[in-house]
Design a protein around this ligand. Structure first.
Ligand code: FAD
Ligand code: NAD
Length: 473
C-alpha cells in the first residue's frame, strides 16, 4: 500500500513525487510514455517535447541569427556562418536526454518507485496500470492525477507529422522549411515561429482572433506585434483556416478573412492552437470523478477534486498551462497530504514568452484593473534609456510597474525587452513579500544591469525616476 500514487511524471508529477518522498510518504509515480526505442520517458511534455527542447532551439537559432546579423555591429567580421541542423537537433536531444535521465536519478535518490504503463483511476484507493496487455492494481491512500495535456487538433488541418505538424513535429524538422505556415499566434506559434524564421524560413502566422496576445499588457501586445512582424513572423489576425491540404511537396492552406477568401502555399504547416487535458481513458466508471465541459478535472484552490483523497494538478486542471504552476501545485498537494499548511498564490504565477526580446508579466494588467474598478498608477522605463541595454545593443522595449493608487502596493510588473523573464521574476519576489513601488525604488540595484529598468520603473510610479523626465513635483 502506497501513501501516494502519482499519475504522470511531468513537472507536476515528478516534482510532487520527489517532495512526497522527502516528506516520508511511500510514493509511486506512473508514466505511460515510451520513446521510439522503447525506453520509458520520464519528464512529461516539458522535458521531452516542450519547454526544454524549444528553449534549446531558441538559444541555438538566436546565436545563429546574432552571428549572421549582429556580430558586425560589434566590429566582428566573419564569413557567413553555416548551419548544421543535424548538429543543432542532436544538441537539443542530448539536453533532453540529460534532464530526463536526471529525473530517473532523482527518483532513485529519493526512493520514489517509478511504474511504467497506462494508469486508470478505479476508486480513491485503487489505480489500474496496463502495459502490453497486462494489468496490475495498485493500492494507495491518496491519488494525485498529473496527466498533463496534448496539442489540440483541428479537423481542417489534420496532423501527419510530415507536412502538417504539431509542436512536437515542429521541434524535429531535419531541414529549414523555405516557407513555413503556422496556425495560431499564441505562445508556441511565436516561439517556434521565431526559431524557424531566424534559421531562414519565410514564416506566415494565421491567427483566428482579431486581438494579438490579449492576455498581455495592451501596450506590450502592440509593440510586440510590430517587432515580430519586423522580425519576419508575418502575423495575420482575423484568419479562419477552412482547409489545409498536404501534397507530396507542400501544403495549401485556405483561409477566410473579413476581406474574403485567400490561399497560402507552404512547405510545412505547424498547428499551434492550444492544448487539451489528458483525461481520455483515465477514469474508471466507479472513480466518482466527473470532467468539466472542456475535459478538465474540476478542483478547488487546493487542487482537491470532488472525491476525498483524489487530487489533480498541472495542465489537467484549470489555470495557465505552465510548468512552474504545475510543479508548485504538485508540491502544495503532497504537503497537504502530509498534513502541512500549504497554498498557492495563483495571482503570482508569472508568464514568459521566450522570444527575442522576451515578453513577461506577473499580476494584473491595466485593462484588468480598470475592469475591476481598482485605482492604480503606473511607472514605465524604456530600455533605450538603460546604459546596460545600450552596451549590448538590446534597447527595444520597456518595463512597466503598476501599483495601487492609495497603498502603493505593486499589483503587476510587465516587461518586453532584454532579460524580461528575469526582470519580472524580481517583481514576483517583491510582490510575494507585499512590496510597494517605493520599496522597490529604495532597493539597491547593481549598475550597469538591465534590471535597473525595473528599479527606474518602480521609482517612476511616484514620479521619481532618475534617468527619464517624469518628475511630478
Ligand atoms: P505533462 O508535462 O504533460 O506530463 C504529463 C505526463 O503524464 C506525461 O508524461 C504523460 O505521458 C503522462 N500521462 C498521461 N496520462 C497518463 C496515464 N493515464 N497513465 C500514466 N501516465 C500518463 N511551460 C512553461 O512554463 N515554460 C515553457 O517555456 C514552456 N514551453 C513549452 C513549449 C512547448 C512546445 C510546449 C508544448 C509546452 C510548453 N510549456 C511551457 C508548457 C509545459 O510543458 C506544461 O505546462 C507542463 O509540461 C505541464 O506539466 P504536467 O506535469 O501537468 O503535464
Ligand atoms: P495558446 O493558447 O497560447 O495560443 C493558441 C492561439 O491559437 C490563440 O491565439 C488562439 O486564438 C489561436 N487559435 C485557436 N484556434 C485557432 C484556429 N482554428 N485558427 C487560428 N488560430 C487559432 O496555445 P499554444 O501556443 O498552442 O500553447 C499551448 C500552451 O502551452 C499554452 O497554454 C502555453 O501556456 C503553453 N506554453 C507555454 C510556453 C511558455 O511558457 N513560454 C511556451 C509554449 C507553450
Amino acid at each position: 500500500m502506497y501513501d501516494v500514487v502519482i499519475i504522470g511524471s511531468g513537472p507536476a508529477g515528478y516534482v510532487a513525487a520527489i517532495r512526497a518522498s522527502q516528506l516520508g510518504l511511500k510514493t509511486a509515480c506512473i508514466e505511460k510514455s515510451f520513446d521510439a526505442s522503447g525506453k520509458a520517458q520520464l519528464g512529461g511534455t516539458c522535458l521531452n517535447v516542450g519547454c526544454i527542447p524549444s528553449k534549446a532551439l531558441l538559444d541555438s537559432s538566436h546565436r545563429y541569427s546574432d552571428a549572421l546579423n549582429h556580430f558586425s555591429d560589434h566590429g566582428i567580421e566573419i564569413s557567413p556562418p553555416k548551419l548544421d541542423i543535424a548538429k543543432m537537433m542532436a544538441r537539443k536531444d542530448q539536453i533532453v536526454s540529460q534532464l530526463t535521465s536526471g529525473v530517473t536519478g532523482l527518483f532513485k535518490a529519493n526512493k520514489v518507485t517509478p511504474i511504467f504503463g497506462s494508469a486508470k483511476v478505479l476508486s480513491s484507493s485503487q489505480v489500474e496500470v496496463s502495459l502490453d496487455g497486462k494489468t496490475e492494481i495498485i493500492e494507495t491512500k491518496n491519488i494525485v492525477i498529473a496527466s498533463g495535456s496534448s496539442p489540440i487538433n483541428i479537423p481542417v488541418a489534420p496532423i501527419d507529422q510530415q507536412n502538417i505538424v504539431d509542436s512536437t513535429g515542429a521541434l524535429e524538422f531535419l531541414a529549414v522549411p523555405k516557407r513555413l505556415g503556422i496556425i495560431g499566434a499564441g505562445v508556441i506559434g511565436l516561439e517556434l515561429g521565431s526559431v524557424w524564421a531566424r534559421l531562414g524560413s519565410e514564416v506566415t502566422i494565421l491567427e483566428a482572433m482579431d486581438d494579438f496576445l490579449p492576455m498581455a499588457d495592451q501596450q506590450i501586445s502592440k509593440d510586440v506585434l510590430r517587432e515580430f512582424n519586423k522580425q519576419g513572423l508575418n502575423i495575420n489576425l482575423g484568419c479562419k483556416v477552412t482547409l489545409a491540404t498536404p501534397s507530396a511537396k507542400n501544403v495549401k492552406v485556405s483561409f477566410d478573412t473579413k476581406e474574403g477568401s485567400s490561399e497560402l502555399t507552404v512547405d510545412k504547416l505547424i498547428v499551434a492552437v492550444g492544448r487539451k487535458p489528458n483525461t481520455e481513458n483515465l477514469l474508471g466508471e466507479d472513480s466518482g470523478l466527473l470532467l468539466d465541459e472542456r475535459g478538465f478535472i474540476p478542483v478547488n484552490d487546493f487542487c482537491e477534486t470532488s472525491v476525498k483523497n483524489i487530487w489533480a494538478v498541472g495542465d489537467v486542471v484549470r489555470g495557465p498551462m505552465l510548468a512552474h504552476k504545475a510543479s508548485e501545485e504538485g508540491i502544495m498537494v503532497v504537503e497537504r497530504i502530509a498534513g502541512k499548511h500549504a497554498e498557492m498564490h495563483y495571482d503570482l504565477v508569472p508568464s514568459v514568452i521566450y522570444t527575442h526580446p522576451e515578453v513577461a508579466w506577473v499580476g494584473k494588467n491595466e485593462a484588468e484593473l480598470t475592469e475591476a474598478g481598482v485605482e492604480f498608477q503606473t511607472g514605465s522605463f524604456p530600455f533605450a534609456a538603460s546604459g546596460r541595454a545600450l552596451t549590448s545593443g538590446e534597447s527595444r522595449g520597456f518595463v512597466k510597474v503598476i501599483a495601487d493608487k492609495k497603498t502603493d502596493t505593486i499589483l503587476g510588473v510587465h516587461a518586453f525587452g532584454p532579460s524580461a523573464a528575469d526582470i519580472v521574476q524580481q517583481g514576483v519576489v517583491a510582490m510575494e513579500f507585499g512590496a510597494s513601488a517605493e520599496d522597490l525604488g529604495l532597493t539597491i540595484f547593481s549598475h550597469p544591469t538591465v534590471s535597473e529598468a525595473l528599479h527606474e520603473a518602480a521609482m517612476a510610479v511616484n514620479g521619481q525616476a532618475i534617468h527619464i523626465g517624469n518628475r511630478k513635483k
